[in-house]
Design a protein around this ligand. Structure first.
Ligand code: NAD
Ligand code: UD1
Length: 336
């Protein structure tokens, strides 16, 4: 079976993707500098799959280290990057250096080593505030933060590299809102500090580490006034990466593809789904809108189905049940 280098493979989406790659028979090498993850996740991947990925602790901006990591590799899935939107506004140079630097270094090393398939973690954030929903891949792009610009620019860099090298294949996967955890409860999301994102925040309220959820606005033009997003189960997302790698290994050129479920849930709907998952009512209050938030977006998913044969299978109740299982069993994440 082909061998895949997974950069950022110790992180949230990367670790779930390693599980699905190993289950599909791929050989996996992880390269991660552990700036936002812990090496212990690799043992947990082994607990789930019976196989431990090879691990290189290193930075994807280190050209020689990446070249060594690419020995015998057929394709790359590039998750490594910084992802906190608010932090990117405060530290733009850190974000441009890390996210652009890692992508450029990786592409240079791939060229040198003759590796011609890459799957890249982009984000629905490149659509900005879309004029209509569902959001299609050919909609105009616009960026509201340095983080969003890094995703936009990496997409253009990858497209340019595919024009220059006709053997190269690049899939630009635009994720909507990944949530959930592996159904075993053994791996999941482990954010540092107080979470910014909705699901990790609710999970910490449910486990008693935060007093209550503040809902950022209930006066949006949506069905219940709260923001609507396309939440996608991280295991569905991970399976999408396996299919994307299969595709990249057998095609040429660049393709941007949305990975979402194709329908939206409101903040209140997600909150009540989490209450069902943990079996009790949870405290919340309505607060002001959060700056920069858009009212509603969800994905048009036809392209993923047509090109990759991929559709999301899990619903919001699965996502909340799996998040709760992970949070309850690991109240302090990967800390023992
Ligand atoms: P994560 O922080 O859990 O994983 C990223 C991993 O990359 C971490 O393990 C980190 O240690 C590593 N890393 C960062 N910079 C590195 C570098 N220079 N060299 C080596 N390793 C490095 O994040 P995630 O949620 O798993 O996201 C993975 C990718 O998907 C990121 O590129 C992110 O921007 C993108 N994405 C995430 C979301 C989301 O909601 N989680 C949404 C859209 C896109
Ligand atoms: C954010 C990022 C986006 C990233 C995505 C996935 C911004 C502007 N965008 O999107 O780039 O890809 O995360 O992780 O930051 N909410 C509350 N209370 C909370 C937290 C969130 O009401 O404590 C609401 C938000 O207003 C929003 C919804 O929940 O309506 C989802 O928020 P969040 O999980 O932060 O994701 P996004 O803002 O969609």
């Amino acid at each position: 079976m082909p061998k895949v280098l997974v950069t950022g493979g110790a992180g949230y989406i990367g670790s779930h993707t390693c599980v699905e790659l190993l289950n599909a028979g791929y050989e996996v090498v992880v390269m991660d500098n552990l700036c936002n993850s812990k090496a212990g996740v690799l043992d947990r991947i082994e607990t789930i799959t019976g196989k431990k990925p090879a691990f290189i602790e290193g930075d994807v901006r280190d050209y020689d280290a990446v070249k060594r990591a690419l020995c015998g590799v057929d394709g790359v899935i590039h998750f490594a990057g910084l992802k906190a939107v608010g932090e990117s506004v405060k530290k733009p140079l850190l974000y441009y250096d890390n996210n652009l630097g890692s992508t450029i270094t990786l592409l240079q090393a791939m060229e040198e080593m003759g590796v011609n398939a890459i799957v890249f973690s982009s984000s629905a954030t490149v659509y900005g505030d879309p004029a209509t929903v569902p959001v299609k891949e050919d909609f105009p792009l616009s960026c509201a933060s340095p983080y969003a610009y890094t995703k936009y620019m990496c997409e253009r860099i990858l497209e340019g590299a595919c024009v220059a090298n006709e053997n190269l294949s690049a899939l630009l996967l635009r994720y909507f809102n990944p949530i959930g955890a592996h159904e075993s409860g053994i791996i999941g999301e482990d954010p540092n500090g107080i979470p910014n994102n909705l699901l990790p925040y609710i999970a910490k309220v449910a486990v008693g580490q935060l007093p209550k959820l503040t809902i950022f606005g209930d006066d949006y033009p949506t069905r219940d006034g709260t923001g609507v997003r396309d939440y996608i189960h991280v295991v569905d997302l991970a399976k999408g990466h396996v299919l994307a790698m299969d595709y990249a290994l057998t095609h040429k050129g660049a393709e941007a593809i949305n990975l979402g479920t194709g329908s939206g849930s409101s903040v209140l709907e997600v909150f009540h789904a989490f209450e069902r998952a943990c079996g009790r009512e949870l405290p919340y209050m309505i607060g002001p809108r959060r700056e920069g938030d858009v009212p509603e977006y969800f994905a048009e998913t036809t392209k993923a189905k047509e090109l990759l044969g991929w559709v999301a299978e899990k619903d919001i109740d699965d996502m909340c049940a799996d998040t709760w299982r992970w949070q309850k069993g690991n109240p302090n994440g990967y800390e023992e």
